[in-house]
Design a protein around this ligand. Structure first.
Ligand SMILES: [Zn+2]
Length: 308
């Protein structure tokens, strides 16, 4: 279904992003045709600064999605729950200064970790303890966290790919999906001072269905795989957060094939680029590779937040 009114609303939001410096100059959003399904209007929040690292206001019934660099993402649900995915904040070079502390988010109800690599996992145990919020990740990672004494078992429950959980109540459903990656857990043993590698489970993505039915797929770190099409057809995510940096994950061309030809969401936020020299892919390359697809590419700066 093509919805021209929704397309105009999206264009207005894109202009707003450009004015705030939240959009790359060649991002395709401004020329986006109407999304395939009826589109909510993303409303851009002011980018975070050192003094504004508090929860942004969310309009009633809306979902806020805030990207904090690499894969770190904060979601505030329509019911006011705060979900943090892949919290690497304290040493993340792309995270705005005001968010580089585990206490900077103010409130966290649930932490999701896609795999054990430090650019996704680093601050999860400290954040879980501070907010008394459980960490859900690959089962093997959760088991290692308990066995290594990083977290008590009540903050490190197990679930696994294909399973769906509702730890925040029945209105929010979280399903772990496949991701084509690895998940070693490296840890410095305090008794020996030596680095060790432990079981980190299998990497996952998270399909999150919110109270109002809005569906977000945070894909974690992944290469291209055929079941992206199945996941797109079966779960019908409205919004995907998709890695584009290359080297360890999909590059912009792969990500465009996944988005345009396989998953077909309404919106895509490119993530996992620009934090180190190997992650060369850019949102501009991703937008170019998407061609004239009607899917809205939302090019964010770390700290930017959108409402849906
Ligand atoms: Zn990564």
């Amino acid at each position: 279904m093509v919805n021209g009114k929704a397309g105009k609303a999206l264009c207005a939001a894109a202009a707003c992003m450009l004015a705030l410096g939240g959009c790359g100059s060649t991002a395709r959003t401004e020329s986006a045709q109407a999304p395939v399904r009826a589109a909510p209007t993303p409303v851009v929040q002011q980018p975070a600064t050192a003094t504004t690292a508090t929860a942004p206001g969310v309009a009633s019934g809306k979902t806020l999605v805030q990207w904090l660099g690499q894969a770190a993402t904060r979601i505030i649900t329509p019911g006011g729950k705060v979900i943090v995915i892949d919290p690497w904040l304290t040493t993340n070079p792309r995270t705005p200064e005001g968010f580089r502390h585990v206490h900077s988010l103010g409130k966290v109800d649930l932490i999701l970790v896609t795999h054990a690599h430090m650019d996704h996992f680093a601050d999860a145990p400290a954040m879980a303890r501070l907010y008394n919020a459980p960490v859900y990740g690959p089962a093997g990672l959760n088991q290692s966290m308990v066995h290594l004494g990083m977290l008590p078992s009540e903050l490190s429950p197990r679930f696994n790919k294909g399973g769906t959980i509702s730890p925040l109540g029945p209105g929010i459903r979280i399903t772990a999906t496949h991701a084509e990656h690895s998940s070693e857990l490296t840890w410095r043993n305090p008794a020996t001072g030596k680095d060790e590698t432990h079981v980190g489970g299998e990497p996952v993505g998270f399909l999150i269905e919110l109270e109002n039915g809005f569906k977000i797929w945070h894909m974690g770190d992944t290469g291209l795989f055929g079941d992206m099409r199945l996941i797109g057809e079966y779960y019908k995510p409205d919004l995907i957060l998709i890695p584009i940096g290359g080297h360890y994950v999909m590059d912009p061309k792969d990500a465009a094939v996944a988005t345009r030809d396989m998953i077909r969401p309404r919106y895509a936020i490119p993530i996992h680029y620009g934090t180190n020299p190997q992650l060369k892919g850019t949102p501009e390359e991703f937008a170019r590779a998407m061609g004239n697809s009607p899917i809205g590419i939302l090019n964010m700066k770390p700290g930017d937040a959108l409402q849906f």
